[in-house]
Design a protein around this ligand. Structure first.
Ligand code: HEM
Ligand code: HEM
Length: 491
């Protein structure tokens, strides 16, 4: 029989979340050593940057059908705003938000206090200022000119050092853990924090040129989406879903198959960004094979989350946070299966350079990113802080988010297919350019809908926290494990 067991350690939750005795006193600033202090700054900074990313995205979207918009300000030129939007979305919103979730999960999964709340808080502020500095530099015209590595020196190296400090903090907590069993979320977090500083440095500091540079840059960039953002996002969903449905995960064994296949295949996906480019054939073949093999880890999550959701359908009606988790999961699985299809050579020949890529990207970032972090934030307020947020506002937030994502992704996918077919028939990209206008307008409107939805969300969170006098609920740290004779995680 499968049952949920709340892990009852002899140590109390209070002592688990309080300042570590093992940590050198030089790493502690008492005013910063509050339980969950670091995670709050990471999470709420992520939500702040989401708002900025969306506003910049909407300005860009408007410029694409009305180029005169803000034309006289060089800092707001399309070529500068686009990398600012991308970097704020990737490093501000998604990285900070999901690191907030990781700083929440790690002490609870290890049953040990965070190695250093002080370091966690300082790295969060360092990350915020570094990102601000990097984006202002891009707006002032300084850029390395390579996608996802635009942020110039010294801010790029600032991120590298901060990533090492974050990895050190989380890994030290892991080493000091009191819980010996490892839940799958912890595996995913370790997979994100340990190799990523290496990928990041390789992508940002390499001295290659020409096609070698492109191959190395895409190796880094794809791992930015796959090994950094996706793993942190999956860790979060794996953590909150069993608690939301009050049921153990369908199968820990399948979750580990998913984990190891993702860890094995994702790092080799980067070459699919240069299919049909002047790169050696083996680079293309290897990355296409790895992209198709990604079906295995995605299928593992389909079985696991599908199995967990079965029998818990009624929770969808009552818990908005769980509904967001499912939306995030659909965003992840949808973007991934779509991505595998984009890597097929014949299909890639048709859609490369079309808006179909933009549709795929935003299904990943809006679906998996916005929905996943909304799910976690509501979960945090309700389960950890025991606070009541406004349900009607959360319902509006959910449906406006769905509408915005569907509008954005559908408009870009449809025009992507239209232009791909037109180019295949011999029309030039310049000739089909005007076809984009109505779809660009639809994208800007969908962005506006998303912005209104997230505005309601932030207002709701703000209002809920402002009226609360309660601290973090210390019970929230208790683990929920699947304990079953068929599927014991310790086997
Ligand atoms: C209101 C919502 C948003 C709007 C209106 C919007 C709009 C845009 C626009 C106009 C582009 C440029 C497309 C092109 O050059 O053809 C773009 C690219 C991009 N956006 Fe967004 N965006 C939004 C939200 C986000 C968020 C939240 C993220 C989070 C990470 C994000 C990540 C990206 C990325 C990575 C690209 C580059 C895609 C590529 O090069 O293929 N966007 N977005
Ligand atoms: C199995 C998983 C995935 C595969 C195989 C995959 C595959 C691909 C392929 C083939 C492209 C290039 C399309 C073109 O030729 O223009 C692409 C672009 C992209 N994908 Fe994915 N994708 C996957 C999942 C994701 C997820 C989950 C995200 C976001 C969280 C994401 C973010 C991106 C971004 C940002 C780009 C645009 C890069 C650029 O050109 O600037 N992908 N993906």
């Amino acid at each position: 029989m499968t049952l949920i067991q709340t892990n009852t350690e002899t140590t109390t939750e209070k002592s688990l979340l309080s300042t570590s005795q093992l940590q050198p006193s030089s790493l502690r600033i008492p005013a910063l050593e509050r339980p969950d202090h670091a995670m709050q700054i990471w999470l709420f900074s992520g939500l702040f940057w989401l708002t900025v990313a969306m506003i910049v995205g909407i300005i860009e979207a408007v410029k694409l059908f009305y180029p005169e918009f803000l034309q006289s300000v060089p800092a707001l030129a399309y070529g500068r705003l686009r990398p600012v939007h991308v970097n704020i979305g990737v490093f501000g919103f998604m990285s900070m938000g999901y690191l907030g979730a990781a700083f929440y999960m790690v002490p609870r999964l290890t049953q040990a206090p965070l190695f250093s709340e002080t370091l966690g808080v300082l790295t969060a502020w360092g990350w915020n200022f570094n990102l601000l500095g990097g984006c202002l530099a891009i707006m002032a015209g300084y850029s390395k000119g390579k996608e996802y590595s635009e942020i110039p020196f010294p801010f790029d190296m600032g991120f590298g050092l901060l990533e090492i400090a974050i990895a050190g903090n989380i890994f030290s907590t892991f080493v000091m853990r009191r819980e010996k069993r490892l839940y799958v979320s912890l595996w995913y977090i370790l997979l994100a924090i340990i190799p990523f500083p290496i990928y990041y440095t390789l992508g940002n500091a390499n001295r290659f040129s020409g096609i070698e540079d492109a191959i190395v840059n895409w190796f880094y960039s794809h791992n930015l989406f796959g090994i950094w953002l996706t793993t942190l996002g999956l860790a979060t969903i794996y953590y909150i879903v069993p608690k939301q449905v009050k049921k153990p995960l369908y199968s820990h064994t399948i979750s580990f198959v998913g984990f190891w296949t993702l860890a094995a295949f994702y790092p080799w996906n980067g070459g699919h960004h240069v299919i049909w480019g002047p790169v050696p054939m083996w680079v293309m073949s290897a990355s296409i094979t790895a992209s198709l093999a990604m079906f295995v880890p995605v299928f593992a999550t389909i079985v696991n989350f599908g199995g967990t959701a079965l029998g818990a359908l009624s929770v969808l009606r009552t818990d908005v946070s769980y509904r967001f988790s499912i939306l995030a999961y659909l965003g992840y699985a949808g973007a991934s299966l779509w991505g595998s299809a984009l890597a097929i050579m014949s299909f890639n020949a048709k859609i490369h350079f079309t808006y179909m890529t933009i549709a795929h990207v935003h299904l990943g970032f809006l679906g998996f990113g916005i929905a996943g972090l909304a799910a976690f934030t509501y979960f945090y307020l309700e389960r950890s802080r025991k606070l009541k947020y406004s349900r009607p506002l959360a319902e509006w937030h959910f449906w406006l988010t769905v509408l915005g994502i569907v509008g954005y992704v559908a408009s870009m996918a449809i025009i992507g297919l239209i232009e791909g077919n037109a180019w295949e028939m011999g029309n030039s990209p310049a000739g089909t350019m005007m076809l984009r206008t109505p779809y660009n307008i639809a994208r800007a409107i969908s962005g506006g809908v998303l912005l209104v939805g997230q505005g309601l969300f932030l207002g709701n969170v703000w209002q809920t926290l402002a009226t609360s006098t309660k601290d973090a609920d210390l019970d929230a740290g208790k683990l929920v494990w699947q304990k079953s004779s068929q599927d014991n995680p310790r086997r």
